[in-house]
Ligand binder design. Structure first.
Ligand SMILES: [Zn+2]
Ligand SMILES: [Zn+2]
Length: 322
């Protein structure tokens, strides 16, 4: 513990008459060893704090601070082991739709994070608010990605799309293009308040589409600010369809989404689904958000053998072409 170490160093250095180091609590504290007055008489230090300082200075710790540390400890980090086994990210945006950086910038950032690949999944045409890509623009993007891949090898940008699940469950891009892409993430972005039965039918239609590889942020919830409630659907039926049609359930790591919530994620685990732990990054720094999703995975019992982005690019593409 940092404070205990500072306290001990202070005592040692005072004894050897070296200049006292700073402490986190009070600049007077390093002088403990040189003053004859009891600690509690130091200016600005009450008897309780003085007792704690004395205890830490003599024993290196105190039950009071240990308890405080335990009570305030963050649980972040449960997923570290899992994160270290991920080889890529399957949900990344660029300037081509509503992202904030060029494809090359996102790709280099992903590579520098240690990823072997990232799927470039810009939005589909009907999401005009996010500058969704027309058929023509997406075809243009494929040429650019091919050229970039020559530069960046062995790192690989997988071609892809975050395609809108339309109200009838069909996907917002032509079949021949979806067929060509390495990774298709299908997400609901409109009519999130659809009636439960209809939403279930809509989602299952998309999940069963042979082009769909990953079901993106399935509840659509927002957990920060004013928030947004989850879409209503029959989770047993939806996750059963994911398992049946081998469509991975996305664990969306964005701090404002953290979707699906852990009770639904646990249900998906129980149902035997596969998962993709994605950042949905819209800027290079956001590629570092995978640990948030990995923490959720560990909390709900997701095992690495079920995580499709723990596979190599070749294994992954073999799966998406299934
Ligand atoms: Zn989305
Ligand atoms: Zn997205």
């Amino acid at each position: 513990m940092a404070f205990g170490k500072v306290g001990l160093d202070g005592a040692e250095q005072a004894a050897s008459s070296a200049p006292p180091p700073l402490t986190v609590f009070n600049p007077d504290a390093p002088a403990l060893g040189r003053r004859t007055k009891p600690n509690r008489e130091l200016d600005g230090i009450g008897p309780k704090t003085a007792a704690i300082i004395t205890e830490v200075a003599t024993t290196g710790s105190t039950a009071y601070l240990d308890k405080l540390e335990q009570e305030t400890a963050l649980t972040v980090g449960n997923g570290n082991e899992l994160v270290s086994q991920l080889k890529g990210d399957l949900h990344v945006h660029s300037l081509w739709s509503d992202g904030g950086a060029e494809i090359a910038v996102m790709a280099r950032a992903a590579r520098d994070l240690g990823h072997e690949y990232m799927a470039l999944t810009d939005h589909s045409p009907r999401l005009t608010i996010a500058n969704g890509l027309s058929r023509e623009r997406l075809l243009q993007q494929l040429d650019i990605v091919a050229a970039l891949n020559d530069d960046l090898a062995p790192f690989r940008i997988l071609t892809g799309i975050e395609v809108d699940i339309l109200e009838d469950g069909t996907l917002d891009q032509d079949d021949d293009i979806l067929e060509r892409l390495d990774v298709v993430v299908a997400s609901v972005h409109s009519k999130l308040r659809m009636e439960r039965r209809e939403m279930t039918r809509r989602m299952i239609t998309a999940i069963a589409n042979p082009h769909t590889d990953v079901l993106g942020h399935c509840t659509g919830r927002y957990v920060v600010g004013r928030g947004r409630p989850q879409s209503e659907f029959e989770p047993e039926a939806v996750f059963h369809a994911c398992e049946q049609f081998d469509t991975a359930v996305e664990i969306n790591s964005r701090p404002e989404r953290l979707d699906p919530p852990n009770d639904l994620l646990a249900l998906a685990v129980e149902t035997g689904c596969r998962f993709a732990i994605n950042t949905d990054a819209h800027a290079p720094g956001q590629l570092e958000w995978q640990p948030y999703g990995a923490d959720k995975a560990v909390e709900t019992g997701v095992t690495i053998d079920k995580v499709v982005n723990s596979w190599s690019a070749d294994e992954l593409v073999e799966w998406t072409r299934r």
